[in-house]
Write a protein that binds this ligand. Structure first.
Ligand SMILES: Cc1cc2nc3c(=O)[nH]c(=O)nc-3n(C[C@H](O)[C@H](O)[C@H](O)COP(=O)(O)O)c2cc1C
Length: 328
């Protein structure tokens, strides 16, 4: 597979234009996982490298941004969950350090947009239903990341899948939609474009990448997962999709209140640094882990998605060509 394909080509959409990327492919923010080095590598491959600010002190956030800036000249974003008490502090750090895109989630984007506009930055916001998508558009964000129910991590209470959420938002919004949830390869990427998205966000597949700083048992669990390997924890208030293992199966059997307390604890637990093992760690993961069977370098994941997309597009053209021939 030629790595050159990502150096010499590009996909032009409203999202690649907005973010200044060669490809409208975004590294899904993951708390204490998508830090400086991983974000830089995605940016070097032509995507948007996202550093998750969640769980980082001001000093650590600065240090991770420094790492990213020292390893890439490509486009970077900082993900800031709005409800967190240090959200404004993280925003000021991002502005001061020259980050061009602010990627907000979990809260009302109207609370931050003035400052982001004043600094001249782009703003994207994560949603999982129509109402919050419309609200984000009214607040003035540049694009939404729309996350379907099959995604890894915290998912929408409304349980809307990517297949249904993306075309609906493409119909009702005028700003671009970035599809997240259930996308791991060229097939999912092409499908997202077919549904009306202008970009894709990938999480689970990048967890299994060579550069991802999670423990090997987590990467191995993603690679051996099938499409039924995940379950939802947490009350209806804050569902989170994780891999089934000893601890999550136990928690899922508890009454909701108790399960929420356990989740609240594990939500703060840092499984990357604190360890745990395949039976005791809580490992957020999407249903699409079923198609992830290898750990690859981020550069090879990009090359594969880009080159395979041409094959997928040829297949679609063949089917839709009306000549009645069986597609290869
Ligand atoms: C291990 C893991 C941790 C995640 N942590 C966060 C997070 O801290 N904040 C966030 O907005 N999304 C988080 N997500 C969701 C991703 O950003 C992304 O939207 C999602 O993984 C896309 O769906 P996919 O898993 O099907 O690729 C996480 C996902 C995974 C798999």
């Amino acid at each position: 597979m030629s790595a050159l394909i990502i150096e010499e080509t590009g996909w032009r959409t409203r999202v690649s234009k907005l973010l200044g990327t060669r490809f409208p492919i975004i590294l899904g923010p993951m708390r204490l996982i998508t830090l400086g080095a991983m974000a830089a590598e995605v940016a070097n491959c032509g995507g948007l490298g996202v550093i998750a600010a969640s769980g980082l002190s001001a000093e650590r956030l600065r240090a991770e941004i420094e790492i990213a800036l020292s390893q890439t000249k490509g486009p970077l974003a900082i993900n800031i969950p709005i409800y967190r008490s240090n959200a404004l502090e993280a925003l000021e750090i991002a502005i001061e350090m020259g980050i061009k895109t602010i990627y907000t989630s979990a809260g009302n984007p109207a609370n931050m947009i003035k400052r982001i506009r004043k600094a001249g930055l782009s703003m994207i916001h994560k949603v999982s239903n129509e109402k919050t998508a419309l609200k984000a558009q009214s607040a003035g964000v540049d694009a939404v990341v729309a996350m379907g129910f099959e995604a890894g991590g915290h998912v929408g209470r409304e349980k809307i899948t990517t297949m249904c959420l993306i075309p609906r938002l493409a119909d009702i919004l005028s700003i671009p939609v970035i599809a997240a949830g259930g996308i791991a390869d060229a097939r999912g990427t092409a499908a997202a474009f077919a549904l009306g998205a202008d970009g894709v966000e990938i999480g689970t597949r990048f967890v299994a990448s060579a550069e991802c700083p999670v423990p090997d048992f987590f990467k191995a669990a993603v690679q051996s997962a099938d499409s039924e390997a995940t379950l939802l924890l947490g009350k209806d208030e804050m569902p989170i999709r994780v891999l089934k293992n000893q601890v999550t199966l136990e928690v899922s059997k508890m009454m909701d209140d108790k399960a929420d307390k356990v989740m609240a604890r594990s939500g703060e637990a840092n499984y990357v640094q604190d360890g745990g093992d395949k039976d005791t760690a809580v490992m957020p993961c999407g249903q699409i882990a079923g198609v992830v069977s290898r750990s690859m370098k981020i550069r090879d994941i990009f090359s594969e998605i880009i080159s395979e997309s041409m094959r997928v597009s040829q297949r679609i053209q063949q089917i839709l060509s009306l000549d009645g021939q069986e597609p290869k």
